[in-house]
Design a binder for this molecule. Structure first.
Ligand code: ADP
Ligand code: MG
Length: 345
């Protein structure tokens, strides 16, 4: 059966070939119907949907992952399990939610006991670390393709609670706000870029970068603290500049970033300047929080970072809309605004 049978409303003119990940969501899945008697909701386009259930607000996110697309085929199943949950917890963190439960859907080509043993142990270790129990899911067999086994895919839906006070979304950044980032973005891509042979990394530095790629730290505690101060927030999954663009679009503003102010791990600072730019600006898989906040709360944010043991760094400023996004060096030179990862780009 052709794909078109499953795609009501899709043009048969071949136009669909030019739709990227965000274009296709916008075109096919932004629902214009009106509904009555449903939970009030903040629109599609944020890291989580925020649903209001009486006095309670729930943040809900789901991320689908496949071996071979989001993970190397031969990745250690323990870290695959850990990261599968971590990336969802990172979306909850970007809303400022406290994790409460998750659901796991698995599609397996075959029952590989050793793989499942590692995956489940990693997954449940992450669940225990962040106090987010598994509450259900679904399991199915991946169909084979041309006689070859299909891919292992899994989808996690994580739910968090937002107690009284604001939730964070990607909308809300205002001209004059500072732009902040947690941790040291770029480290994960320093490993992936080396694997893809985009550049080489000295072998003594690889174990650090590999650990950052395989076991990202969802900034759950930081998210719950900064939500009282931040004007907008997202987590960095596809690359810092690309994810910043989501905040800029949703908030209808622009920005300037100051390259020398970006935080760098000791290991990153040993790589050539151009490799640093590629990894930090457009690498992705960081799962750090990128957020904006008024200047008046600088001290509070510094204090939250210090008390939680998470580095937080100011890297730029929000500007009014209509000005192009720029990344400036201290010599006032503009760096290229590199594209980030986009499925179907
Ligand atoms: P993230 O990187 O934080 O997981 P994405 O960039 O994948 O977020 O998604 C952007 C927004 O689009 C989110 O609000 C997400 O819920 C929404 N979205 C993604 N895919 C679909 C889909 N198939 N149907 C409806 N909404 C979607
Ligand atoms: Mg996200």
């Amino acid at each position: 059966m052709s794909d078109d049978c499953h795609s009501p409303g899709r043009s048969t003119s071949g136009q669909s070939q030019s739709l990227d990940e965000f274009g296709l969501i916008q075109r096919f899945f932004v629902d214009q119907n009106s509904y009555s008697n449903v939970w009030p909701f903040q629109g599609i386009g944020d890291d989580c949907a925020i649903l209001e259930l009486g006095c309670t607000r729930l943040a809900v996110t789901t991320d689908m992952m496949a071996l071979g697309t989001h993970f190397l085929e031969d990745a250690d199943p323990f870290t695959v399990g850990q990261k599968a949950l971590a990336v969802n917890l990172s979306d909850l963190a970007a809303s400022g939610a406290t994790p409460k439960a998750f659901f796991l859907s698995l599609s397996l080509p075959a029952v590989d006991v050793a793989w499942l043993d590692g995956f489940s142990k990693g997954l449940l270790k992450e669940a225990a670390t962040y106090n987010c129990p598994l509450r259900g899911g679904d399991t199915t067999k991946t169909a084979s393709v041309d006689g070859k086994p299909g891919k292992t895919c899994f989808s996690i839906c994580a739910i968090g609670e937002i107690s009284s006070g604001p939730a964070m979304t990607r909308a809300g950044a205002r001209a004059g706000d500072d732009i902040w980032v947690s941790g040291t973005p770029g480290d994960a891509f320093a490993c992936l870029g080396e694997i893809w042979k985009e550049f080489t990394v000295p072998s003594r530095l690889l174990p650090y970068f590999k650990a950052r790629m395989e076991t990202p730290t969802p900034r759950v505690h930081l998210g719950t603290q900064i939500r009282h101060y931040a004007s907008a927030c997202c987590d960095i999954s596809d690359g810092l500049v690309g994810d910043l663009k989501h905040i800029l679009e949703r908030s209808n503003v622009s920005a300037v970033l100051f390259w020398e102010d970006f935080p760098r791990s000791e290991q990153m600072s040993l790589l050539p300047e151009l490799v640093q730019q590629r990894c930090i600006l457009a690498g992705g898989d960081d799962y750090e929080l990128l957020f904006t906040a008024p200047r008046s709360v600088r001290d509070s944010i510094e204090e939250i970072g210090k008390s939680g043991g998470v580095k937080v760094t100011r890297i730029g400023e929000i500007l009014p809309s209509g000005i192009p996004l720029r990344i400036l060096t201290k010599e006032e030179q503009s760096l290229p605004v590199m594209n980030s990862f986009n499925h179907f780009a």
